[in-house]
Design a protein around this ligand. Structure first.
Ligand code: ADP
Length: 495
């Protein structure tokens, strides 16, 4: 059964106090018995001194027992202060961890996270998913008494800068447990066995400090599909990670959270049950989220510009880019020697970001329309909720898919590109991942299931049928396009 480390410490204190009290009583009894039996003369000074010392010991034990809770709190506070000094080391840990340094015993340290869910704006659904884990860490008995185990691994999937690390830190902060940060790249070592050693060390530390959270950023650096090419070091590291994840029970109190922006490159073994069995998709913030993030960063600042407009204009910005935008605007405000953030500060900041940061996905009106058609047709064909920056496609997920289900999935992957082609009268290179998946299914239908003679035939057949469905429903797709351009999301009942 999972033992909370705080409980362990409480028990230890309890035991020590009891031991002290029992020793005092035993010594007093022995002392009195010796006196009673002894014929030797004991000087009255030594006698009183001995008995006073023992009574003092007994009184101290009783006092410590009464004040046990306070003493424990004091000890915990001291421990926390020590850990807090590590907090500022998170950034340092991030850097060390991505600098490919050879690990030393001391390089794996937990930090205490001071981030809470209040510091994470928007992404309501992601928070809701992770709140359960926080509750589990806070009140394990509530779940364990029903035999429910903690999920071992949670995989956060999403583009850079959307708050994957931040939310993992918030989980650790809310649950008040140690946070072990490692970047996947830090396990990739030159010498065979070094990465695996670091993985072992990380899990050992996490278990010693349980309940705790291990966060592996950019797990694709170690978790890539094993492609048969010789890379002993990476493979031994991945194998060690798999072994370690199998090696602890869901009630051990260690939760592994990993982040990636390329789930499709991960080795399937990592995604199997009992490893990263929970997956949470974190998308670029939608208009509502962006407003909340902007509000968070403008909290207690005086500003005189239209926040709704800014939220509207920043579609495609990651949360990190929004925070940079406000920071740049504030810098400009200071430069102007003003105390109010104005539109001019925002404009200057936007120009800086537009030219300075490649990773910020800034779409012009035309690009936004192409993306909107792509996503609107996905909503139309799949009849499910689709957001403007959703990267995933809702597919049918049967264990034994039928021919028609496989065809349906190919259709879902192809519909975006075909719709853009039909509506804009030109082909656009928009989402190669979706196309790749459609071709993969078609290839499997030939190689694995012997359902078709050639994959290309199946692709052509589905594409033609899609062309005709879309041509007949252009108006409907255009309506959905307008909707997604306005709200950045199409809900199921709007289709
Ligand atoms: P990722 O791990 O997805 O690449 P990070 O968690 O490192 O992204 O985010 C980088 C920074 O962006 C954070 O430190 C924070 O300042 C800001 N940020 C990201 N997401 C949010 C959010 N939802 N609310 C507030 N700030 C955010």
């Amino acid at each position: 059964m999972w033992q909370n480390s705080n409980n362990k410490k409480n028990n230890l204190l309890d035991k020590n106090i009891k031991l002290m009290a029992i020793s005092a009583v035993v010594l007093i009894v022995l002392f009195l018995y010796t006196l009673y039996k002894s014929s030797a003369h004991i000087e009255s000074g030594s006698y009183y001194f001995g008995i006073i010392f023992l009574l003092f010991l007994l009184a101290f034990a009783v006092f410590a027992r009464i004040k046990q809770d306070k003493i424990q709190k004091f000890l915990n506070k001291n421990r926390k202060e020590n850990e807090n000094s590590f907090s500022s080391e998170l950034e340092q840990a991030k850097q060390t961890s991505s600098n490919n340094e050879v690990p030393e015993a001391s390089s794996i340290k937990a930090v205490t996270s001071n981030v809470s869910f209040n510091d994470v704006a928007g992404i309501k659904e992601v928070k809701a998913e992770l709140e359960e884990i926080v509750d589990f860490l806070n009140k394990p008995s509530k779940y364990l008494k029903h035999g429910v185990k903690l999920p071992k691994g949670v995989l956060l999937v999403g583009p850079p800068g959307v708050g994957k690390t931040l939310i993992a830190r918030a989980v650790a902060g809310e649950a008040d447990v140690p946070f072990f940060y490692q970047s996947g790249a830090s396990f990739v070592q030159i010498y065979v066995g070094m990465g695996a050693k670091k993985v072992r060390e990380l899990f050992m530390q996490a278990k010693l400090n349980a309940p705790s959270i291990v966060f592996i950023d950019e797990i694709d650096a170690i978790g890539k599909k094993r492609d048969g090419k010789n890379n002993d070091e990476r493979e031994s590291t991945l194998n060690e990670l798999l072994t370690q994840m199998d090696g602890f029970e869901g009630d051990s109190g260690v939760i592994v959270i990993a982040a990636t922006n390329k789930i499709e490159v991960l080795d399937e073994a990592l995604l199997r049950a009992g490893r990263f069995d929970r997956r949470v998709f974190v998308n670029l913030p939608n208009i509502e989220d962006r407003k909340k993030i902007l509000e968070l960063y403008l909290n207690k600042k005086h500003y005189e510009f239209n926040l709704d407009n800014l939220a509207q204009e920043t579609s495609g910005f990651s949360s990190a880019a929004l925070s940079t935008l406000i920071n740049e605007a504030l810098l400009n405000m200071i430069k102007r020697e003003s105390k109010v953030v104005e539109q001019v500060d925002i404009d200057t900041a936007k120009t800086k970001i537009e030219f300075g940061k490649k990773q910020t996905l800034l779409l012009d009106e035309k690009q936004k329309e192409i993306l909107a058609i792509y996503q609107a047709s996905k909503a139309y064909i799949t009849k499910t909720k689709v957001a403007l920056f959703d990267e995933k496609v809702q597919t049918l997920d049967s264990i034994y898919p039928s021919y028609n289900e496989l065809i349906e999935n190919i259709k879902r992957y192809l519909c975006g590109s075909i719709a853009v082609e039909v509506i804009k009268n030109e082909k656009y290179a928009i989402n190669s991942e979706d196309l790749k998946k459609a071709y993969e299914i078609a290839q499997k239908m030939k190689d694995d299931y012997k359902m078709v003679a050639t994959p290309q035939n199946i692709i052509d057949e589905v594409s033609n049928s899609l062309r005709s469905i879309i041509s007949q429903n252009v108006n409907e797709i255009q309506r959905l396009k307008e909707l997604i351009l306005k709200n950045e999301v199409i809900l199921e009942d709007e289709i």
